[in-house]
Design a protein around this ligand. Structure first.
Ligand code: FMN
Length: 389
């Protein structure tokens, strides 16, 4: 697994990095840390050594290991600085190398992931903003701080980005950019078809597959938009998500964004049926009630007719004759690829199925939907964007 170097500056948010290191270790990363002299006043290197299982470097180690800045820079596959103080931001922007951390930054020579955290007034100071812009111009990634209650008890921008966002940026940084310049539209989750204002028909879709696809596409350099129905899975960070309720609303949003997209992945579990009529008032309790359903809009079929050169991917969930039904849907709806899943994968962590194109069928089985999503996206890149078909 990849080596992640974390530079820690003298900011009050430095304690949050302890939790981040634990999570990165759990994800399988090797982690090393460098503390600025001021960071040592907040936390001891021993804390970071215990959590990372590796030496935590300070300026005191430098005379003992004179090439520490070069060795650490060569070791790192990704270099995150969190929290980054106003002081260190400004030093990096000017190329100042007056401690082990800032010297290692220069020796690294590649893009950094910089996560500022400070009081709002400090963050908005024109000098800090100008220096942050300079870092972006150089090509560094600046993970914008969040809005919230700060350590100084003020409310505003300046809170260190959540560990979920920081980890997501590390994944982004390390991924090959096979989808650079591409725009990907993804639908996910379940639609609700209303019987009356409080009752509806829906399904078990969690949205996890669609959110996983969105993460992988973003990490691979695509611009991603998600149109989501109801979901229970955790939302992916840094991705634009538009929410809809019914199939009709989903259709409208998809069509609004269709021209923008190069690739459309229709993963949402859109209700096949909807009530003939939605009552405007809650239906009163009765002994018996008959609900009449009609066929709902078929968004995928509609897109197949207007797709032109776009890559269109559909999903099929079937209880029987999976491959046969999915293949028929691929042809009838003019799709480039269909992901066929047996009905038992809905709502589970484990994921298996088949990738079906006009020419081939590929079976897959993974212990998580994220791994399946990676397999699907890499197949798509290889087959349709790199001429692998
Ligand atoms: C209690 C305390 C909290 C601080 N918190 C922050 C902070 O959150 N962000 C920041 O930019 N500076 C903060 N500072 C100021 C920095 O510690 C100071 O600018 C220092 O020179 C930073 O050094 P470094 O960038 O080498 O770590 C804080 C200082 C103190 C005493």
């Amino acid at each position: 697994m990849a080596n992640v170097l974390i530079g820690i500056c003298g900011g009050i948010a430095s304690y949050k990095v302890c939790d981040l290191i634990r999570d990165l270790k759990r994800e399988g990363y090797n982690v090393k840390t460098i503390l600025t002299p001021f960071a040592e006043k907040f936390l001891s290197p021993m804390t970071f050594e215990t959590l990372s299982g590796n030496k935590s470097y300070t300026d005191k180690d430098w005379p003992k290991e004179p090439l520490a800045h070069i060795n650490l820079a060569r070791w790192a596959d990704a270099f995150l600085i969190a929290p980054t103080t106003a002081n260190t931001i400004s030093k990096i922007a000017c190329g100042i190398a007056d401690n082990l951390l800032t010297t290692t930054v220069l020796a690294y020579g590649k893009a950094l992931i910089v996560a500022p955290a400070m009081n709002t007034v400090m963050y908005k100071a024109p000098q800090v903003q100008e220096n942050l812009n300079k870092l972006k111009e150089i090509g560094h990634i600046v993970v914008e701080p969040e809005f919230g209650v700060l350590a100084c008890e003020e409310v505003g921008e300046g809170k260190l980005a959540s560990k979920e966002r920081l980890i997501d940026w590390i994944y982004y940084y390390l991924e090959e950019k096979g989808l650079k310049g591409k725009k990907v539209l993804i639908t996910c989750g379940a639609t609700k078809e209303y019987i009356d204002p409080v009752r509806f028909i829906s399904n078990e879709s969690s949205g996890e597959m669609g959110f996983s696809l969105a993460k992988i596409c973003r990490w691979k350099g695509a611009q991603v938009k998600v149109i989501a129905g109801f979901t229970t899975a955790q939302e992916p960070p840094e991705i634009e998500i538009k929410r809809v309720k019914t199939a009709e609303e989903m259709r409208k949003k998809v069509l609004e964004n269709f021209d923008w997209s190069d690739i459309v992945i229709m993963n949402a579990a859109v209700s096949d049926f909807k009530p003939v009529k939605t009552e405007s008032k809650k239906i009163k309790k009765k002994e018996r009630i008959t609900l009449e359903l009609v066929k709902n809009v078929d968004i995928l079929e509609e897109l197949g007719k207007i797709k032109e050169r776009k890559i269109l991917v559909g999903f099929a969930l079937e209880s029987e004759r999976l491959i046969e039904h999915a293949r028929e849907k691929l042809i009838r709806k003019n799709l480039d690829l269909i992901v066929a899943n047996p009905a038992e994968v809905m709502g589970t962590k484990h994921h298996k199925g088949f990738l079906i194109t006009k020419e081939e069928i590929k079976e897959f089985s993974f212990s998580s939907k994220l791994e399946s999503a990676r397999f699907i996206v890499e197949y798509l890149v290889g087959k349709f964007l790199q001429g692998g078909g």
